[in-house]
Design a protein around this ligand. Sequence first.
Ligand code: AMP
Length: 539
Amino acid sequence: MLGLMQDWPLLIHRVIDYAATQHPHRAVISRSVEGPMRRTTYHDVRLRALKLAQRLARDGVKLGDRIGTLAWNTDRHLESWYGITGIGAIYHTLNPRLFEEQLIYIANHGGDKMIFLDLTFVALAEKLAPHLSAVERYVIFTDAAHMPKTTLKNAVAYEDYISEVDGDFQWREFDENTAAGMCYTSGTTGHPKGVVYSHRSNVLHAMSVMMPDSLCLSSRDTVMPVVPLFHANSWSLAFSAPMAGATLVMPGAKLDGESVFNIIETENVSVTAAVPTVWLGLLQYLESTGQRLTKLKRVAIGGSACPRAVTEAFEQKYGVEVIHAWGMTEMSPIGSFCTLKPEVADLKGTALYDLKQKQGFAQFTVDMKITDDDGKILPWDGKTFGRLKVRGPAVSKAYYGLDEAILDNEGYFDTGDVATIDEHGYMNITDRAKDVIKSGGEWISSIDLENVAVGHPDVAEAAVIGIAHEKWGERPLLIIVRKKDRQPTKEDILKFIEGKIAKWWMPDDIVFVDDIPHTATGKISKKNLRDKFKDFRFS
Ligand code: AMP
């Protein structure tokens, strides 16, 4: 017997319809690429998204067509996602921090028919364009007054583009499993791989991100996704914030510590989210200026392990709750949040921050397990580590255009991370499987070592890689960027680390560098470091 409830497919346009109905005047505030702040509302975002949908339909854009976006977090970028998906086309985020060859590969492989882009990226797009033969038109997120001279094919200013229609348009209806978005993830080897989100997966995922033990979003929050829309589906905030009816602040192109601080304070941001590098920048700005955070309540930190020093500084110095989050592009992207179950809610001091180092427990819609290399399930005891595998309605089952099978016989996807899970369900990433340092048959977590090192008051950033060792196979090398005008020695740092980790985890050497390379999504690039130090030998 089937249930007798209505057929109400989980389509993305329902999110913006809901926000515009229940929260029509809630503000959507953006730092525009042209400079000034722009203020709009969910009512207007919906209206303009409808206009875009209407205009795209008039241009012959059909169900399943891919439209690239090469842009910062702004209201225009946001409404383009709703407009594109509202007719069953697919937003395809292009990360401008990737190399040109990668962008060309991604846009071609994804089959982009049009590209929407910011003014900042016109020069970049002009270099890519000769290699993107399928792209029929470029739409620049600006108005006629700021429209640059460009060689881009059929280039048009976004404001002109949508002004040719009146918005009297119905969203298209289709199956909720229809593709909605695409984001390529770069592995360390081979070409980037296309992850394809559906309407249903994005809606379910956004609901799971709003929940109280997740980001706990409500209409009383002011949410600022610092994490770019082009990084892993904006951690769902482009959907979950409107779904919650939260005020939305889009920070545009300026993501340095001072700019992030200013926008948090002037726009009363209560919840924000980004990778640790952004927060290291903000904390350094606060430290050097003596400024205080007066508005912020919660900050979600993920994408790579959040250093303990960052959690402690936010919570103890500035009174901002840190929610450590973990996930990956293939998971829409969030798989766990480190919020407090009653079993651990009374923890204080060191024990609390030990817990907050963990990546947390899976939210509803994410099944998790850890296994050994043969697929045997390992216990949740907080000590045994194994390969972390996940399944759920917002987890990938395949990559776009690739035949390779990526699920095990129970339908789980191998994340490539190595983790423990404790008796309360809190998962702790030991490392990426390929970054873990294999010393004498035992494993050393590069993440744990980095976390301890970055707690030294003179250290700005730390990275650990394994270096070949005759006797042990591999041993850890600690790479340090010192804070400005500070000169800690190797001995200072070794003394600081000693006692905080097992003796045999102590790095065999330390090198000081001016900067550590980052990937296009702001993580430490272990691959580049391994290349750079490939000839390094411990003396
Ligand atoms: P991406 O798909 O580029 O977002 O990368 C996903 C990978 O980032 C995961 O598989 C993890 O290795 C890493 N990652 C994400 N969040 C965290 C976290 N909180 N702690 C440690 N690693 C993380």
